[in-house]
Design a binder for this molecule. Structure first.
Ligand code: BJW
Length: 255
Protein backbone atom coordinates (compact mmCIF):
# COMPACT_ATOMS: atom_id res chain seq x y z
CA UNK A 1 0.00 0.00 0.00
CA UNK A 2 1.01 3.63 -0.65
CA UNK A 3 3.19 4.76 2.29
CA UNK A 4 1.27 8.08 2.58
CA UNK A 5 -1.99 6.14 2.98
CA UNK A 6 -0.40 3.99 5.69
CA UNK A 7 0.84 7.09 7.56
CA UNK A 8 -2.52 8.87 7.27
CA UNK A 9 -4.33 5.70 8.38
CA UNK A 10 -2.19 5.70 11.50
CA UNK A 11 -2.97 9.39 12.17
CA UNK A 12 -6.68 8.71 11.60
CA UNK A 13 -6.67 5.72 13.92
CA UNK A 14 -5.28 7.93 16.72
CA UNK A 15 -7.28 11.10 16.00
CA UNK A 16 -10.03 12.34 18.32
CA UNK A 17 -11.44 15.18 16.22
CA UNK A 18 -11.33 15.04 12.43
CA UNK A 19 -12.36 17.70 9.94
CA UNK A 20 -12.73 16.87 6.26
CA UNK A 21 -13.16 19.56 3.60
CA UNK A 22 -14.45 18.36 0.24
CA UNK A 23 -14.69 20.00 -3.16
CA UNK A 24 -16.04 19.16 -6.58
CA UNK A 25 -13.32 16.54 -7.19
CA UNK A 26 -14.95 14.06 -4.81
CA UNK A 27 -18.08 14.07 -6.97
CA UNK A 28 -16.19 13.78 -10.28
CA UNK A 29 -16.34 9.98 -10.06
CA UNK A 30 -20.14 10.31 -9.72
CA UNK A 31 -20.17 11.97 -13.15
CA UNK A 32 -20.54 15.59 -11.95
CA UNK A 33 -18.25 18.13 -13.55
CA UNK A 34 -15.70 20.05 -11.50
CA UNK A 35 -15.29 23.82 -12.02
CA UNK A 36 -11.70 24.65 -12.87
CA UNK A 37 -10.14 21.61 -14.51
CA UNK A 38 -8.92 22.50 -17.96
CA UNK A 39 -10.56 19.58 -19.79
CA UNK A 40 -13.56 18.73 -17.61
CA UNK A 41 -14.39 21.89 -15.67
CA UNK A 42 -17.68 23.76 -16.02
CA UNK A 43 -15.85 27.08 -16.24
CA UNK A 44 -14.24 25.85 -19.50
CA UNK A 45 -17.66 26.08 -21.18
CA UNK A 46 -19.44 28.64 -19.01
CA UNK A 47 -18.37 32.04 -17.70
CA UNK A 48 -18.80 32.10 -13.90
CA UNK A 49 -19.22 35.89 -13.90
CA UNK A 50 -22.39 35.56 -16.01
CA UNK A 51 -23.80 32.66 -13.98
CA UNK A 52 -22.49 32.48 -10.41
CA UNK A 53 -22.72 36.06 -9.12
CA UNK A 54 -25.59 38.18 -7.76
CA UNK A 55 -24.95 40.58 -10.65
CA UNK A 56 -25.51 37.78 -13.16
CA UNK A 57 -28.83 36.96 -11.49
CA UNK A 58 -29.91 40.60 -11.57
CA UNK A 59 -28.95 40.90 -15.23
CA UNK A 60 -30.51 37.67 -16.52
CA UNK A 61 -32.48 35.56 -14.00
CA UNK A 62 -33.92 33.44 -16.81
CA UNK A 63 -30.50 32.32 -18.05
CA UNK A 64 -29.13 31.77 -14.54
CA UNK A 65 -32.16 29.80 -13.33
CA UNK A 66 -32.19 27.63 -16.46
CA UNK A 67 -28.49 26.79 -15.97
CA UNK A 68 -28.91 25.98 -12.30
CA UNK A 69 -32.01 23.88 -12.95
CA UNK A 70 -30.04 21.88 -15.55
CA UNK A 71 -27.32 21.29 -12.99
CA UNK A 72 -29.87 20.52 -10.23
CA UNK A 73 -31.35 17.71 -12.34
CA UNK A 74 -27.84 16.34 -12.95
CA UNK A 75 -27.15 16.30 -9.20
CA UNK A 76 -30.48 14.61 -8.45
CA UNK A 77 -29.66 11.89 -10.98
CA UNK A 78 -26.16 11.26 -9.60
CA UNK A 79 -25.25 8.59 -7.07
CA UNK A 80 -22.56 8.76 -4.40
CA UNK A 81 -19.30 7.00 -5.30
CA UNK A 82 -16.94 4.97 -3.07
CA UNK A 83 -15.25 8.21 -1.87
CA UNK A 84 -18.50 9.57 -0.43
CA UNK A 85 -19.32 6.19 1.09
CA UNK A 86 -15.87 5.90 2.70
CA UNK A 87 -16.34 9.29 4.40
CA UNK A 88 -19.67 8.17 5.85
CA UNK A 89 -17.93 5.04 7.16
CA UNK A 90 -15.09 7.15 8.59
CA UNK A 91 -17.64 9.22 10.53
CA UNK A 92 -19.46 6.24 11.97
CA UNK A 93 -16.22 4.47 12.96
CA UNK A 94 -14.90 7.62 14.67
CA UNK A 95 -18.21 8.29 16.42
CA UNK A 96 -18.39 4.68 17.61
CA UNK A 97 -15.21 5.16 19.59
CA UNK A 98 -16.22 8.61 20.93
CA UNK A 99 -14.37 10.66 18.32
CA UNK A 100 -15.67 13.72 16.53
CA UNK A 101 -16.09 14.11 12.77
CA UNK A 102 -17.14 17.22 10.85
CA UNK A 103 -17.57 17.25 7.08
CA UNK A 104 -17.22 20.72 5.57
CA UNK A 105 -18.31 20.57 1.97
CA UNK A 106 -18.15 23.19 -0.73
CA UNK A 107 -20.35 20.96 -2.86
CA UNK A 108 -23.98 21.79 -3.48
CA UNK A 109 -24.93 18.34 -4.83
CA UNK A 110 -26.08 16.66 -1.58
CA UNK A 111 -24.18 13.44 -2.46
CA UNK A 112 -22.66 13.29 1.04
CA UNK A 113 -26.21 13.19 2.46
CA UNK A 114 -27.13 10.42 0.03
CA UNK A 115 -24.05 8.44 1.11
CA UNK A 116 -25.09 8.60 4.79
CA UNK A 117 -22.76 11.27 6.22
CA UNK A 118 -24.43 13.04 9.15
CA UNK A 119 -22.45 15.98 10.51
CA UNK A 120 -22.31 17.96 7.26
CA UNK A 121 -21.69 21.70 6.96
CA UNK A 122 -22.71 23.00 3.54
CA UNK A 123 -20.42 26.00 3.07
CA UNK A 124 -21.78 26.98 -0.35
CA UNK A 125 -25.41 25.97 0.21
CA UNK A 126 -27.35 23.45 -1.85
CA UNK A 127 -28.55 23.38 -5.44
CA UNK A 128 -31.29 20.92 -4.47
CA UNK A 129 -32.97 23.64 -2.41
CA UNK A 130 -34.17 27.02 -3.82
CA UNK A 131 -35.27 30.10 -1.94
CA UNK A 132 -37.60 33.06 -2.39
CA UNK A 133 -35.78 36.29 -3.26
CA UNK A 134 -38.27 38.27 -1.15
CA UNK A 135 -38.84 36.34 2.10
CA UNK A 136 -36.06 33.73 1.93
CA UNK A 137 -38.48 30.78 2.34
CA UNK A 138 -36.84 27.56 1.16
CA UNK A 139 -38.38 24.99 -1.11
CA UNK A 140 -37.23 21.71 -2.62
CA UNK A 141 -38.44 21.41 -6.21
CA UNK A 142 -39.35 17.94 -7.54
CA UNK A 143 -37.27 15.79 -9.88
CA UNK A 144 -38.66 17.34 -13.04
CA UNK A 145 -37.52 20.55 -14.71
CA UNK A 146 -38.96 23.75 -13.23
CA UNK A 147 -42.04 24.80 -15.23
CA UNK A 148 -41.07 28.44 -15.81
CA UNK A 149 -37.88 30.52 -16.03
CA UNK A 150 -37.20 32.51 -13.98
CA UNK A 151 -39.31 30.50 -11.53
CA UNK A 152 -41.88 32.57 -9.60
CA UNK A 153 -42.04 31.96 -5.83
CA UNK A 154 -45.49 31.26 -4.44
CA UNK A 155 -44.88 31.96 -0.74
CA UNK A 156 -45.45 35.74 -0.68
CA UNK A 157 -48.57 37.76 -1.43
CA UNK A 158 -49.09 38.36 -5.15
CA UNK A 159 -48.48 42.11 -4.73
CA UNK A 160 -44.82 41.60 -3.84
CA UNK A 161 -44.10 38.14 -5.19
CA UNK A 162 -40.45 37.14 -5.55
CA UNK A 163 -38.54 34.68 -7.70
CA UNK A 164 -36.97 31.38 -6.73
CA UNK A 165 -33.18 31.30 -6.87
CA UNK A 166 -30.89 28.38 -6.08
CA UNK A 167 -29.90 28.32 -2.39
CA UNK A 168 -26.19 28.41 -3.28
CA UNK A 169 -23.47 30.92 -2.43
CA UNK A 170 -22.32 32.98 -5.38
CA UNK A 171 -19.05 34.90 -5.67
CA UNK A 172 -19.20 38.04 -3.56
CA UNK A 173 -21.94 36.65 -1.31
CA UNK A 174 -21.44 35.83 2.35
CA UNK A 175 -21.44 32.19 3.36
CA UNK A 176 -24.35 31.19 5.67
CA UNK A 177 -23.61 32.38 9.21
CA UNK A 178 -24.41 29.03 10.84
CA UNK A 179 -22.06 27.26 8.41
CA UNK A 180 -19.24 29.72 9.14
CA UNK A 181 -19.74 29.31 12.90
CA UNK A 182 -19.84 25.51 12.71
CA UNK A 183 -16.74 25.42 10.49
CA UNK A 184 -14.74 27.74 12.75
CA UNK A 185 -15.63 25.75 15.83
CA UNK A 186 -14.68 22.43 14.22
CA UNK A 187 -11.41 23.76 12.81
CA UNK A 188 -10.50 25.26 16.19
CA UNK A 189 -10.69 21.86 17.89
CA UNK A 190 -9.54 19.32 15.27
CA UNK A 191 -6.35 17.29 15.46
CA UNK A 192 -6.52 16.01 11.87
CA UNK A 193 -7.68 17.92 8.76
CA UNK A 194 -8.17 16.32 5.34
CA UNK A 195 -8.70 18.40 2.19
CA UNK A 196 -10.20 16.30 -0.60
CA UNK A 197 -10.87 17.10 -4.27
CA UNK A 198 -10.66 20.86 -4.04
CA UNK A 199 -8.41 23.26 -5.95
CA UNK A 200 -7.95 25.19 -2.66
CA UNK A 201 -8.48 28.54 -4.36
CA UNK A 202 -11.89 29.73 -3.21
CA UNK A 203 -12.03 31.63 0.09
CA UNK A 204 -12.79 31.30 2.92
CA UNK A 205 -12.89 27.48 2.53
CA UNK A 206 -9.29 27.34 1.31
CA UNK A 207 -8.02 28.95 4.52
CA UNK A 208 -9.40 26.40 6.95
CA UNK A 209 -6.57 23.92 6.47
CA UNK A 210 -4.01 26.68 7.07
CA UNK A 211 -5.73 27.66 10.34
CA UNK A 212 -5.83 24.03 11.43
CA UNK A 213 -2.12 23.57 10.66
CA UNK A 214 -1.23 26.74 12.55
CA UNK A 215 -3.03 25.30 15.58
CA UNK A 216 -0.96 22.10 15.33
CA UNK A 217 -3.40 19.78 13.54
CA UNK A 218 -1.94 17.25 11.11
CA UNK A 219 -2.95 17.91 7.53
CA UNK A 220 -3.64 15.74 4.49
CA UNK A 221 -4.57 16.43 0.88
CA UNK A 222 -6.11 13.95 -1.55
CA UNK A 223 -6.21 15.23 -5.12
CA UNK A 224 -5.45 14.05 -8.65
CA UNK A 225 -3.33 17.19 -9.25
CA UNK A 226 -1.05 19.41 -7.15
CA UNK A 227 -2.71 22.50 -5.65
CA UNK A 228 -1.44 25.60 -3.81
CA UNK A 229 -1.46 23.63 -0.51
CA UNK A 230 0.28 20.45 -1.75
CA UNK A 231 3.70 21.51 -0.51
CA UNK A 232 2.48 22.64 2.90
CA UNK A 233 0.44 19.61 4.03
CA UNK A 234 1.93 16.81 6.13
CA UNK A 235 0.81 14.16 3.63
CA UNK A 236 -0.19 14.59 0.00
CA UNK A 237 -1.95 11.63 -1.59
CA UNK A 238 -2.03 11.99 -5.37
CA UNK A 239 -4.92 10.02 -6.74
CA UNK A 240 -8.66 9.69 -7.09
CA UNK A 241 -10.60 10.10 -3.86
CA UNK A 242 -12.90 7.24 -4.88
CA UNK A 243 -9.88 4.94 -4.68
CA UNK A 244 -7.75 6.53 -1.93
CA UNK A 245 -10.53 7.02 0.65
CA UNK A 246 -11.77 3.39 0.76
CA UNK A 247 -8.13 2.25 1.10
CA UNK A 248 -7.58 4.75 3.89
CA UNK A 249 -10.69 3.75 5.85
CA UNK A 250 -9.86 0.06 5.42
CA UNK A 251 -6.31 0.61 6.70
CA UNK A 252 -7.32 2.85 9.62
CA UNK A 253 -10.21 0.82 10.96
CA UNK A 254 -9.28 -2.75 10.00
CA UNK A 255 -10.29 -5.37 12.53
C1 BJW B 1 -10.09 15.13 -7.90
C2 BJW B 1 -10.74 14.18 -8.63
C3 BJW B 1 -10.85 12.94 -8.03
C4 BJW B 1 -10.74 16.04 -9.83
N1 BJW B 1 -10.33 12.78 -6.85
N2 BJW B 1 -9.56 15.04 -6.71
C5 BJW B 1 -9.79 36.55 -0.15
C6 BJW B 1 -8.83 36.64 -1.13
C7 BJW B 1 -9.19 36.65 -2.47
C8 BJW B 1 -10.53 36.56 -2.86
C9 BJW B 1 -11.47 36.44 -1.89
C10 BJW B 1 -11.11 36.44 -0.56
N3 BJW B 1 -12.25 36.31 0.17
C11 BJW B 1 -13.29 36.23 -0.66
C12 BJW B 1 -12.84 36.33 -1.92
C13 BJW B 1 -13.70 36.28 -3.13
C14 BJW B 1 -14.16 34.89 -3.50
C15 BJW B 1 -12.95 34.01 -3.84
O1 BJW B 1 -12.51 33.18 -3.08
N4 BJW B 1 -12.45 34.15 -5.05
C16 BJW B 1 -11.33 33.30 -5.49
C17 BJW B 1 -11.67 32.70 -6.83
C18 BJW B 1 -10.07 34.11 -5.47
N5 BJW B 1 -14.94 34.28 -2.43
C19 BJW B 1 -16.20 34.59 -2.27
O2 BJW B 1 -16.75 35.43 -2.95
C20 BJW B 1 -16.96 33.87 -1.17
N6 BJW B 1 -17.65 34.81 -0.36
C21 BJW B 1 -17.03 35.51 0.61
O3 BJW B 1 -15.90 35.25 0.95
O4 BJW B 1 -17.82 36.50 1.17
C22 BJW B 1 -17.15 37.56 1.87
C23 BJW B 1 -16.43 38.44 0.84
C24 BJW B 1 -17.02 38.73 -0.34
C25 BJW B 1 -16.35 39.51 -1.29
C26 BJW B 1 -15.06 39.97 -1.01
C27 BJW B 1 -14.45 39.65 0.21
C28 BJW B 1 -15.16 38.87 1.14
C29 BJW B 1 -18.05 32.99 -1.80
C30 BJW B 1 -17.50 31.88 -2.63
C31 BJW B 1 -18.63 31.12 -3.32
C32 BJW B 1 -18.13 30.10 -4.32
N7 BJW B 1 -19.21 29.68 -5.11
C33 BJW B 1 -19.01 28.58 -6.04
C34 BJW B 1 -20.34 28.38 -6.83
C35 BJW B 1 -21.38 27.70 -5.95
C36 BJW B 1 -22.65 27.47 -6.69
C37 BJW B 1 -22.48 26.55 -7.85
O5 BJW B 1 -22.28 25.33 -7.68
O6 BJW B 1 -22.57 27.03 -8.99
O7 BJW B 1 -18.66 27.39 -5.34
S1 BJW B 1 -17.64 28.85 -7.16
C38 BJW B 1 -17.12 27.16 -7.18
O8 BJW B 1 -15.81 27.06 -6.58
C39 BJW B 1 -18.07 26.41 -6.24
C40 BJW B 1 -17.12 25.51 -5.51
O9 BJW B 1 -17.71 25.09 -4.28
C41 BJW B 1 -15.90 26.36 -5.34
C42 BJW B 1 -14.63 25.57 -5.08
O10 BJW B 1 -14.32 24.78 -6.17
P1 BJW B 1 -13.71 23.33 -5.94
O11 BJW B 1 -14.72 22.49 -5.25
O12 BJW B 1 -12.39 23.45 -5.33
O13 BJW B 1 -13.66 22.79 -7.44
P2 BJW B 1 -12.48 22.97 -8.53
O14 BJW B 1 -13.04 22.61 -9.85
O15 BJW B 1 -11.83 24.27 -8.40
O16 BJW B 1 -11.40 21.86 -8.10
C43 BJW B 1 -11.67 20.46 -8.21
C44 BJW B 1 -10.42 19.74 -7.73
O17 BJW B 1 -10.70 18.35 -7.71
C45 BJW B 1 -9.20 19.93 -8.65
O18 BJW B 1 -8.09 20.31 -7.85
C46 BJW B 1 -8.98 18.54 -9.25
O19 BJW B 1 -7.61 18.25 -9.47
C47 BJW B 1 -9.59 17.65 -8.21
N8 BJW B 1 -10.10 16.36 -8.67
N9 BJW B 1 -11.13 14.78 -9.85
C48 BJW B 1 -9.70 13.80 -6.20
N10 BJW B 1 -11.46 11.96 -8.72
Amino acid sequence: MDSAIEAVAEALAGATSVVVLTGAGISAESGLRTFRETMEGLWKDFDPMTLATPEAWEADPEKVSRWYDWRRLGCLAADPNPGHVALAQMESRLNARGGRFTLLTQNVDRLHHKAGSRNIVELHGSIIQWRCTVCGAKTTPGPESLPKFPPPATCCAASHRGLLRPDVVWFGEMLPEEALAAASEAVATCDLFLSIGTSSIVQPAASYILWAARRGAETVEINTEPTPISDTVDWSIMGKSGEALPNLVRAAFAG
